[in-house]
Design a protein. Sequence first.
Length: 198
Amino acid sequence: MFGFLLLALSPGVLPAQTSLRITPPAVRLSVGPLSIRASLEPGKVALRARPRATVPWGAPGEWGSGRGTASAGGILATGDRYVGTRYTYGGETPRAGFDCSGFVQYVFGRHGVHLPRTSREQAGAGWKLPPGLAALRPGDLMLFSSAGGRVDHVAIYAGDGRILHSSSGGGGVVYDDLSSSRGGWFLDRHVSSRRVIS
């Protein structure tokens, strides 16, 4: 059994009405700038919607058309201060150490850009960029899959073919050149990129 849910949202967020198909027990999906969780229970429908990222954006598909106040230069300068901070699985502060997504969340958070906690969740933040490296700008997120499946690593594109990230293999927060043998390992596992600041 399944149900349909018709959402009426504010103009400019999504088309006036959006229809979702819900199959029990629940569905999670992203619609425009919203992350939506809907569930069917006997006699009721529960719906929770929250922003995917708090930076204002233009229409979906218009990469970089937003009006956010965070700058790539500021993001990268903040990230650069933590180069050498140790890698800690689950870490999300300079004192405890960082894992990849904790580092990204922390750095962007210093600039008022609130991202989800895990790399898989961050893979849905902002706007999707075309495949490859050509559309990348400094400050974009690069997402990777070491096993060819789900996203399991995230880095900040630093420009000039380099990424800034917290890497277990690198011992912590490092820059990697994508044209090096180590960087090539990441490049071979690059699955998508997202823009979360304008």
